[in-house]
Design a protein around this ligand. Sequence first.
Ligand SMILES: NC(=O)c1ccc[n+]([C@@H]2O[C@H](COP(=O)([O-])OP(=O)(O)OC[C@H]3O[C@@H](n4cnc5c(N)ncnc54)[C@H](OP(=O)(O)O)[C@@H]3O)[C@@H](O)[C@H]2O)c1
Length: 259
Amino acid sequence: MQAYTLITGASSGIGLEMAKQLAAKQHNLILVARNEDKLIQLQKDLKGQFSVEVLYLLHDLAEPHAAQKLYQEVKTKHYEITGLINNAGFGDYGRFVDLPLETAENMIAVNVTALVGLTRLFGADMAKKGKGRIMNVASLLSFLPFPYYAVYSATKSFVLAFTETIATELEPAGVTVTALCPGTVETPFHTPNMRQTNAMSANKPMSVGVVATAGVDLFLYGKGKKIVGFKNWLISNLPRVTPDSLMMNIKKNLASIKK
Ligand SMILES: NC(=O)c1ccc[n+]([C@@H]2O[C@H](COP(=O)([O-])OP(=O)(O)OC[C@H]3O[C@@H](n4cnc5c(N)ncnc54)[C@H](OP(=O)(O)O)[C@@H]3O)[C@@H](O)[C@H]2O)c1
């Protein structure tokens, strides 16, 4: 049976870039997302360039029982998953009470519910076999909950807390669980409003290639969490030495639209 690394959110941004880099390292891949045209193109490119097995599965991870449906399809097709990268995710920007509740619920479904479900289902199989790698994509905001990104920040804090605890639980079973924590990255993730914030005008987003390389290295290394970039590491530690009210004012200013 062929062994595969399954990457969610592989049709764009960090997921697409990690797929390219893993294919270059001869990993067979299962790409998951909703945009079939993009997945077909990526499958064609990777198979042509790197002579690896590349499959794709179309799933909307915001749907109820999305993780179970994806797991079931993988089992029915007898694919063996030795690596799982929970990368799919999206954010929303604005005052929480002004944003659609449905978007918040879908965000929790994709960023949290599907990630927990896939980790539970594939993680159990990996633990039984005594080997496997899981990496979850968290964020710099896992350490710094930002106003106007309330639900998004909370989902990413969840991802980091969840990842760090199960990493310890699964280590004796031979399964590695790591968390990638990027700062701002140049991808289609950012809505036009997000791009007009003080934070985005003050800081140049990191290149997706650099972040994907950090992700692939962490996934293969199999230990701990990675805050990508020294400056982001420093920022992640600011709350330890800054009073809460000051910290929240700084974050509110950074997250406001540039005047
Ligand atoms: N960009 C940043 O500044 C940044 C910073 C920190 C963390 N992150 C995290 O990095 C991860 C990747 O984001 P990115 O920046 O690469 O964004 P992106 O370019 O917008 O890619 C997001 C990916 O998630 C998939 N996705 C979104 N909703 C989905 C759904 N309902 N079902 C299935 N797939 C879905 C998208 O595929 P389809 O649309 O084809 O379904 C796409 O492949 C996310 O978890 C994000 O929170 C990003």
